[in-house]
Design a protein around this ligand. Structure first.
Ligand SMILES: *[C@@H]1O[C@H](CO)[C@@H](O)[C@H](O)[C@H]1NC(C)=O
Ligand SMILES: *[C@@H]1O[C@H](CO)[C@@H](O)[C@H](O)[C@H]1NC(C)=O
Length: 290
């Protein structure tokens, strides 16, 4: 009987254990709860990759009102930290904060250049990936495991080589606990309204649309994670426009993370990328070479 009730409790917990990206830090400075971020009150996922809701959420999960009119200044090359919590009115001692541990999967960030980052029409925007963290094959840990260990915070870098101006930052978790068939993967995303300053503008990234970047048949979206995986393919192949992965097979993740700030051209990219994929789970794409 005890086993049965524990299982029921665990199921009830995970069924409601969703999450919301609700705060941004710029070079470590807290920009404030929901400042410059469009976040829904309800923390449930999007599961239809063809829906406009997969752009910035806010459709079937209406935005908390009023939506912030703030546009957060972010120096090009800055380190930003996104903070996730289970709910908007986060309660203390919530075992499913920032997200239930069962919700394993990758974490991805995109930017889209916009005229006005407070414009609520997000259809037709073109997005480029600036960050992704998937599966570490060696110990079978996921980006979500690292998110939980880091109390809901994900840190990555804004490229220094892109144009200055207003952007939407689309930051996303894909939870794969029910992804054996499609629909099943759970997409959690919010968009932050940012103003990039001091960008060199020397590179123009290749872009993808949302919806369109993801497909229900993608190996990173339709996947049974309840097995030992030899690899995991994060959805949306990186469209190499620019790149500066300064790494070697012996570098630690920490040294990798601190070495990606420059914008030099690197040769033999595909080969290095393969090596990188087999060595690291985390990629930071800087926009340096075409
Ligand atoms: C973006 O930053 C530039 C440079 O500081 C500034 O002139 C502009 O007003 C800012 N735009 C917004 C919307 O904050
Ligand atoms: C990825 O892993 C799957 C399942 O373990 C395997 O079938 C596939 O060949 C692997 N792909 C690559 C590129 O290693």
């Amino acid at each position: 009987m005890k086993v049965v009730s524990l299982t029921a409790a665990a199921l009830a917990g995970s069924a409601s254990a969703h999450t919301i990206f609700q705060k941004l830090y710029v070079n470590g400075v807290d920009q404030g709860q929901l400042t410059g971020i469009r976040a829904p009150d309800y923390d449930g996922p999007i599961t239809d990759v063809t829906s406009n809701d997969i752009i910035c959420n806010g459709g079937i999960n209406p935005y908390h009102q009023p939506v912030s009119q703030a546009v957060i200044d972010v120096p090009a090359g800055a380190t930003v930290t996104a903070e996730w919590h289970h709910t908007l009115d986060q309660q203390p001692n919530d075992p499913t904060d920032p997200i239930d541990a069962s919700h394993k999967g990758p974490i991805i960030s995109y930017l889209a250049k916009v005229q006005d980052a407070t414009d609520m029409d997000v259809t037709g925007l073109q997005w480029f990936k600036i960050y992704e963290d998937g599966l570490t094959v060696s110990d079978q840990t996921w980006a979500v495991d690292r998110l939980i260990a880091n109390k809901g915070k994900v840190t990555f870098q804004i490229p220094s080589c892109i144009e200055s101006g207003q952007y939407l930052l689309r930051h996303e978790i894909i939870a794969l606990h029910a992804a054996s068939s499609y629909p099943g993967a759970q997409f959690y995303m919010e968009c932050a309204q940012i103003n990039i300053t001091g960008g060199s503008g020397s590179k123009s990234p290749a872009t993808v649309p949302f919806p369109g970047a993801y497909h229900g048949t993608d190996p990173g979206i339709k996947i049974n994670i309840y097995q030992t995986l030899n690899n995991y393919t994060i959805p949306d192949e990186f469209h190499a426009l620019c790149e500066d992965l300064v790494f070697s097979a012996t570098e630690s993740r920490k040294s990798h993370q601190t070495s990606v700030n420059s914008c030099s051209d690197r040769g033999a990219f595909p080969e290095k990328k393969m090596m990188y994929q087999t060595t690291y789970d985390k990629r930071q794409f800087l926009l340096s070479s075409v």
